[in-house]
Design a protein around this ligand. Structure first.
Ligand SMILES: Nc1ncnc2c1ncn2[C@@H]1O[C@H](COP(=O)(O)OP(=O)(O)O)[C@@H](O)[C@H]1O
Ligand SMILES: [Mg+2]
Length: 254
């Protein structure tokens, strides 16, 4: 019965989309029917699964704000057990249009409720902001995964994000839990090691054991519209996301 996981961090470029796309592909490959919802007007997750964001008929926007039946927005992908609700710049308007609406925080949750039981996992790729789209993502989810880049200022903004999660739990979605903090773009430098040890000290067992290395394969794969396991399954990036997916699955069954 559909576990819904949002990838969120208001910082851009921390690995939300890379993680959402690759974990979706790995979950699918492990036999779990998985829906990836692209909730970012930049449409990077959509491109990462091989879709042209400029020629989409139905998108997250149509389902969320034009009352298109949600089933009609779901696309089959080339990848085993992976489905997509794609997105493009049309979704940028949603941030403003939602403000005027009743139950604006619950729009996505209401929209996807008829299809939750059709999937084992629903992965939501949030935009790099703490606006209404991300709030909709978090109100719809049971779990949130927070990617942090192993760089200076990794923890900057994390307090604000955790505050937002707390507020959403209190006001809209008492079931929301932090599934884990995900360290990404690790390099074998003193700085990366220092960030890892600081984050582990500060956040303890909330941090996933699997750390995703900086790996060029992960940045190349999206330009071919492929998740990394289908682009170069032996690469370090692919191995990291396979291990991470197993860790996520085992956290679910605990
Ligand atoms: N582990 C990694 N190694 C190398 N490049 C990465 C890695 N993770 C992400 N990238 C690249 O970094 C950029 C930002 O990542 P992305 O997942 O789009 O971040 P976000 O969705 O948080 O903005 C992208 O160009 C992506 O290809
Ligand atoms: Mg992104």
């Amino acid at each position: 019965m559909g576990v819904i996981i949002a990838f969120a961090n208001q910082k851009g470029g921390v690995g939300k989309t890379t993680s959402a796309v690759n974990i979706s592909a790995c979950l699918g490959n492990e036999g779990y029917k998985t829906l990836l919802i692209d909730l970012d007007p930049q449409g990077n997750a959509t491109q990462g699964l091989g879709f042209n964001k400029h020629t989409l008929e139905h998108t997250t926007y149509s389902a969320l704000l034009l009352d298109l039946p949600i089933q009609d927005a779901i696309r089959n992908t080339e990848y085993k057990n992976v489905y997509l609700i794609p997105s493009n710049s049309s979704l940028a308007g949603a941030e403003v249009e939602l403000i005027e609406m009743d139950n604006r925080e619950y729009k996505l949750r209401t929209t996807i409720s008829p299809i939750i039981s059709n999937f084992d996992y629903i992965i939501i790729d949030c935009p790099p902001a703490l606006g209404l789209l991300t709030i909709n993502g978090l109100v719809s989810a049971q779990k949130v995964i927070v990617p942090l880049q192993c760089e200076y200022y990794a923890l900057e903004g994390l307090g604000e994000l955790l505050q937002t999660v707390k507020r959403i739990r209190e006001n809209f979605n008492p079931n929301l839990e932090i599934s884990g903090i995900l360290l990404t773009m690790f390099q074998h430098t003193n700085l990366s090691r220092q960030v890892v040890s600081e984050v582990q000290q500060y956040l303890g067992n909330k941090v996933f054991q699997t750390i995703v290395p900086r790996n060029v394969t992960l940045s190349e794969a999206p330009s071919f519209g492929k998740p990394v396991i289908y682009y170069d399954g032996k690469s370090l990036g692919a191995q990291a996301y396979i291990a991470l997916t197993k860790e996520i699955i085992s956290r679910e069954s605990q």
